[in-house]
Ligand binder design. Structure first.
Ligand code: SF4
Length: 223
């Protein structure tokens, strides 16, 4: 057991950009009322990132304080997101504490950092960065072997070249046999109907998704 996991809750501090209740906009949990805990900071710079406001700033909070605010929203589902949540060492303790408090917890992570230490009760929604993101070299491929049926693997695709790359990865690593695979278009870059057509044409064993929160509110922040 790591020092992070054994540290008392009062000793764990995290940098937080925002906490809010909304509908889950992505993954197989789409549409579920959810509390979002957005951690500050990310070591990546994806070309199409829509949460750059979480790169810096935020407020330092204790774990106890965070848990109390999450509990106050009165929702079972909690999504820990960013930025890149795993860039903060206190994230593992936060995830475990949310599970201990009885929440159904998901983690949105870039795929660039080690996911091995994440509490097994958490559903890991992990990106595999396509070439169009500009962060292809950051993919930590060792993570793929750690995914299981509880987890989901997400590709965000900017163009036909990204789609061809994703299709190759899905076949090479037999990804659809490990977990749900999600494909979504970069908003404003790839026509969603075109991507949907490619998936059907190629009979890909994946789930197409659009970002519900953008359809509803055209905004990634504070919804
Ligand atoms: S990993 Fe996520 S938060 Fe970080 S730059 Fe990429 S899209 Fe933005």
């Amino acid at each position: 057991m790591s020092a992070v996991e054994t540290a008392p809750a009062t000793a764990v501090r995290l940098r937080i950009t925002e906490i809010f209740a909304s509908l889950q906009g992505e993954s197989t949990r789409v549409g579920l009322p959810t509390v979002f805990v957005r951690l500050t900071g990310c070591p990546l710079r994806c070309s199409w990132c829509d949460t750059a406001y979480a790169f810096s700033g935020g407020e330092t909070r204790t774990l106890d304080n965070l848990l109390a605010e999450v509990a106050g929203h009165g929702l079972r589902h909690v999504c820990v997101t960013g930025g890149e949540p795993l860039a903060q060492k206190g994230c593992l303790a936060l995830l475990a504490a949310l599970c201990d408090a009885g929440h159904d917890v998901s983690l949105e992570t870039s795929g660039a950092l080690d996911i091995a230490g994440v509490d097994p009760r958490v559903s890991r929604i992990m990106d595999l960065k396509a070439p169009g993101s500009g962060e292809l070299a950051r993919n930590r491929l060792e993570n793929l072997a750690l995914l299981n049926a509880r987890d989901e693997l997400k590709f965000v695709l900017a163009d036909a070249a990204d789609y061809a790359w994703a299709k190759q990865q899905i076949a090479e690593y037999r990804l659809a046999e490990c977990c749900t695979v999600l494909l979504s278009p970069v908003a404003g870059a790839l026509d969603p109907a075109e991507l949907a057509g490619w998936i059907v044409r190629d009979r890909l064993p994946v789930r197409f998704q659009l970002q519900l929160h953008k359809i509803l509110w055209n905004d990634a922040r504070g919804r």
